[in-house]
Design a protein. Structure first.
Length: 273
């Protein structure tokens, strides 16, 4: 396999979303190219908001696995599913302050076999939301960045979320801000960004929030790469059972980071085999 199990299906294609905001006529063929590239195993579904599904259907000439992103709550679910007719619904991501209503809507309307994630608000109420999600077929979704400094959780906050999910055997995905593999300060904005490799490795800490926070704070790519290589097959399975995916507006950037760390390499050309 060209793509190690630790990274398979990790990168959901959020090209339409900020900060990338690739025009849809460019984003669709770019996703098709990702799905046929040597690294296709690393690429998850194409993420699309409810308001752009009609435009997406008009732009699609072939099969497309799309995950519906519904920030407007459970009332958006039925109209979005209708608007996605003809597309393969590979997931639903729903944000709703009325969590019981969101769960009821998913139970009643989610297409068979389609996974779903429910975005939970940071801060007060998070633990109660995790309790409601625990034991359901759905994942938690947690925001790890945005267009303002306050949108980025601290190491301690993100670690506490990961540990709380592990305590409840609740899988999760992340969204926003995970542009690179390693924790860093964005030179243009000054924002502190979590690294997706940090988040993966912090998931291995399970219920130990202090250990997870230490991993999230690590800024050495060499240290993180060494830790990633040291994971056993069982640990990789455990980590990916917890942290299932994250949305990225660029599929190329995280792949480039993994390649630079020596964790991912394209197959050798045929003439070199």
């Amino acid at each position: 396999m060209s793509v190690p199990a630790l990274y398979r299906g990790l990168f959901d294609d959020a090209a339409l979303f900020p900060p990338g905001e690739l025009p849809l006529p460019e984003a669709v063929p770019a996703h098709a190219a990702h799905r046929t590239a040597w690294y296709a195993e690393a690429v998850g579904p194409f993420l699309c908001g409810a308001g752009r599904l009609a435009e997406l259907r008009a732009a699609v000439a072939g099969p497309l696995r799309v995950a519906l992103v519904l920030p407007g709550g459970s009332t958006q679910l039925a109209p979005a599913l209708a608007a996605a007719e003809g597309l393969t619904v590979a997931g639903v991501e729903l944000a709703d302050p009325d969590l019981p209503a969101a769960l009821a809507a998913l139970d009643a309307q989610l297409p068979p076999g389609a996974p779903a994630a429910v975005e939970l608000p940071r801060g007060e109420g998070l633990e109660a939301g995790l309790d409601l999600l625990a034991g359901t077929p759905y994942r938690a979704k947690f925001r790890t960045g945005g267009l303002a400094a306050g949108a980025f959780p601290t190491e301690a906050e993100l670690a506490a979320f990961q540990a709380a999910c592990a305590e409840r055997s609740l899988p999760y995905k992340c969204t926003a801000g995970l542009h690179h593999a390693v924790r860093h300060t964005d030179p243009a904005t000054g924002f502190e960004h979590h690294g997706f490799l940090n988040v993966l490795l912090a998931a291995a800490a399970g219920e130990d929030a202090a250990a997870a926070a230490e991993v999230l704070a690590e800024r050495s790519g060499e240290v993180l790469a060494r830790a990633a290589r040291a994971l056993t097959e069982d640990q990789v399975t455990l980590v990916r059972g917890r942290f299932t995916a994250f949305g990225t507006c660029s599929v190329a950037e995280p792949l480039d980071d993994l390649a630079a760390l020596g964790l991912l390499a394209p197959p050798a050309p045929l003439e070199d085999r």
